[in-house]
Design a protein around this ligand. Structure first.
Ligand code: NAP
Length: 267
């Protein structure tokens, strides 16, 4: 954990990350939180752990984590002056804001790590893509990795251009899985189940399959093959899902649409 950290924006994601860092050993006395209207839970957490909330101090920190809404960057930027010293690292989770955008708004920013977490990061089970600017040192990258890993799995990318694809796969991905639950439940109703029964079965099936995938060393394809007896019921369903215009083709189209949209929204 860094020697000193400032969290700017303690909303859903920032607040959850803060809780994860404290569990991972971040020193509360070396932590500052800036949020003009903190939620009561954040104010209570800061008071209980001795974290400075909206302090007057503008002393530079080893790491500044930006977790405000992307559209708030311009308004927030002047208030961040002084927090980033020459050796400081900026970690941003702002969707669509490139390293160049961040540097344009925050002239003091040197070393920058840009990260894209996803919703399950709020319960420590996220999938985060991250990219480091060329001037990020190995030590800074290790610090950023530790901070991001407190929210779940982290993938480091070589090129920032891959960020739109990360947004389309893991950033938006939880919604695709939620929709899978909806579709499975709807198909269950069409097959004759009561709606509530279908909903509960679909939900438990997806969460159970996810837990099994996590617990198993096997790849998803192998787990699928292991439950598919030739000529059986699962094989009959997979013949439909895996045909040329099936789920793979649809998912490719969906991810491409999300990636294109991420590119349009950037800036
Ligand atoms: N939620 C996700 O699943 C997710 C996934 C990937 C990336 N992200 C990124 O995470 C960032 C935060 O998202 P979120 O869902 O956590 O949003 P959020 O709940 O709205 O949190 C943002 C927080 O920043 C505060 N804030 C606003 N202006 C500020 C300022 N000038 N200085 C300090 N704090 C300020 C907000 O206060 P007010 O409420 O009073 O405005 C709010 O508490 C976004 O940039 C988003 O792109 C989120």
């Amino acid at each position: 954990m860094p020697a000193s950290l400032v969290l700017v924006g303690a909303g859903k994601m920032g607040g959850a990350m803060l809780a994860g860092w404290l569990d991972a050993g971040l020193d509360p006395a070396a932590t500052r939180v800036i949020d003009p209207n903190p939620a009561p839970e954040i104010a209570a957490l800061c008071a209980a752990r001795g974290i400075a909330l909206n302090p007057a101090s503008r002393e530079p920190a080893a790491v500044v984590v930006l977790a405000i809404k992307p559209q708030g960057l311009e308004a927030a930027a002047p208030g961040l002056s002084g927090l980033l010293g020459p050796d400081g690292l900026l970690v941003s989770i702002l969707a669509g804001k490139t390293v160049a955008d961040l540097r344009a708004r925050l002239p003091e920013a040197g070393a920058v790590v840009r990260a894209m977490p996803n919703l399950p990061a709020s319960i420590g089970r996220g999938a985060t893509g991250a990219v480091a600017s060329s001037d990020v040192t190995d030590a800074q990258r290790a610090l950023a990795d530790a901070l991001l890993a407190a929210s779940g799995h982290v993938e480091w990318l070589e090129a920032e251009a891959a960020m739109d694809a990360v947004t389309a796969v893991s950033g938006s991905g939880p919604a695709y899985v939620f929709h899978l639950v909806e579709a499975l439940a709807e198909a269950g109703v069409a097959a004759g189940l009561a709606p509530e029964t279908a909903r509960r079965l679909a939900r438990a099936t997806v969460t159970g399959a996810g837990a099994l995938l996590e617990a198993s060393p096997l790849e998803a394809a192998e787990l699928r093959r292991n439950v598919t007896s030739p000529g059986g019921t699962t094989a009959a369903a997979l013949d439909v899902l895996m045909r040329a215009d099936g789920l793979t083709a649809l998912m490719r189209e969906a991810v491409a649409a999300a990636k294109d949209r991420a590119g349009e929204l950037a800036g």
